[in-house]
Design a protein around this ligand. Structure first.
Ligand code: AMP
Length: 194
């Protein structure tokens, strides 16, 4: 099963991705986490990515696409995966399409997490204090929201046109949001045992 979680920064994608992926027995693949791990390890990719991340910009597609294609080719992603934070641009959508076509099919569902801007800014400022992420300052948060609106929000319509989009209200308790996601995915996807 192949899922994608899409939504603005601060919608809780990372938290929900881990919970949903666990329930379905598939890996959660987060490009943000992969970039942050590279930044922490000081790899050449990390050094390049940090420049963009610190100012709230997207890492260029040529760096991002190859990283995701390599990750999807690993054996644990063979039976399915949950993508968190990729694709984020139309070019990335087409890269993913080509990759999945070369295997045996596309995404089963795209879950859009919806939340209003005030709630997002509050959540991200809270996270800045708790996790000390360098891209969680107020200026960078606003920039990231603008970039999301411009470059990523249009993807929602693309997946809606394909008939695979479900929208879930991301406000409120973490467990309630997870249950809403399971509800929205409905009977079409069976959860793993345990
Ligand atoms: P996230 O943890 O998903 O909020 O991602 C943190 C940052 O990593 C983003 O603001 C971007 O700078 C970068 N990033 C993550 N995923 C992508 C992507 N698919 N395309 C470009 N940049 C990305």
């Amino acid at each position: 099963m192949r899922l994608l979680l899409i939504g603005p920064p601060g919608a809780g994608k990372g938290t929900q991705a881990a919970r949903v992926a666990h329930a379905y027995g598939i890996p959660a693949i987060s490009t943000g986490d992969i970039f942050r791990a590279n930044v922490d390890e000081g790899t050449p990719l990390g050094l390049q990515a940090k420049e963009y991340m610190d100012r709230g910009a997207y890492v260029p597609d040529e760096l991002t696409n190859s990283l995701v294609l390599d990750r999807l080719a690993q054996t644990d992603a063979g039976a399915g995966f949950l993508l968190d934070g990729f694709p984020r641009t139309l070019a990335q959508v087409y890269t993913l399409d080509d990759c999945l076509e070369a295997t045996d099919g596309g995404l089963d569902a795209v879950v859009q997490l919806t939340i209003d801007t005030d709630e997002i800014v509050q959540r991200l400022l809270r996270r800045a204090k708790e996790q000390g992420r360098s891209d969680d300052t107020e200026d960078v948060i606003r920039k990231r929201l603008d970039v999301y609106q411009e470059q990523t929000h249009p993807l929602v319509a693309v997946y809606a046109d394909r008939g695979i989009l479900v929208s879930v209200d991301a406000k409120g308790d973490v467990g309630d949001v997870t249950e809403r996601i399971f509800g929205a995915l409905g009977g079409r996807i069976r959860r793993a045992e345990g």
